[in-house]
Design a protein around this ligand. Structure first.
Ligand code: RP5
Length: 182
């Protein structure tokens, strides 16, 4: 796995003889405390031979890194982002707002509220910006869903989706202009 901006956590080396290839999936999480929950996603991608990167991107603590990561994801060659977070779990939704790539959210169970807080934060995305949400702590399903999405790739749809996101932004900015006239 590629690990932008940090030392490698427990990701295994690529299988012997396998050519080094650019990551297709970004597996990100809000904190290093999420790693034990998120590692099964990486293990699934290993199993299918899908190259990925694994790193920490905190919506709250590293907001600039979040913007840079999400905005550059598609251009860097990623095709799916798997984002795990706990508590007020903004990470998957904010990434989805800043990339046209599919984003899979993993609600991470914290020390209180049994992870229902994370689940509700991630699953209740308002219309327009979808996050495919798996069950609490189920990073295995996130990895599997990423593989399924990759298996159905139609490149021009990424551009079409970027255009759609732009149209949402334009629509809201029109409303901002109107509200400022009130
Ligand atoms: C979130 O806050 C992380 O995704 C993590 O699940 C939770 C707690 O983070 P730590 O206090 O353990 O770093 O941002």
């Amino acid at each position: 796995a590629h690990l932008p901006g940090g030392a490698a956590p427990a990701a295994p080396p690529p299988p012997a003889g396998k050519p080094h290839s650019a990551p297709l999936v970004g597996v990100i999480m809000g904190s290093d405390s999420d790693l034990p929950v998120m590692l099964p996603a990486a293990r699934i991608l290993d199993r299918f031979g899908v190259p990925y990167e694994l790193t920490i991107v905190s919506a709250h603590r590293t907001p600039d890194r979040l913007v840079e990561y999400a905005r550059s994801a598609a251009a860097r060659g990623l095709r799916v982002v798997v984002a795990g977070a706990g508590g007020a779990a903004h990470l998957p939704g904010m990434v989805a707002a800043m990339t046209a790539l599919p984003v899979i959210g993993v609600p991470v169970k914290g020390s209180s509220l049994d992870g229902v807080d994370s689940l509700h934060s991630i699953v209740q995305m308002p219309r327009g910006i979808p996050v495919a949400t798996v069950a609490i702590n189920n990073a295995t399903n996130a990895g599997l869903l990423a593989v399924r999405i990759l298996s159905a790739g139609i490149p021009h749809l990424i551009q079409d989706m970027e255009d759609y996101l732009k149209s949402l932004e334009t629509e809201v900015m029109g409303k901002v202009a109107k509200m400022e006239e009130v």
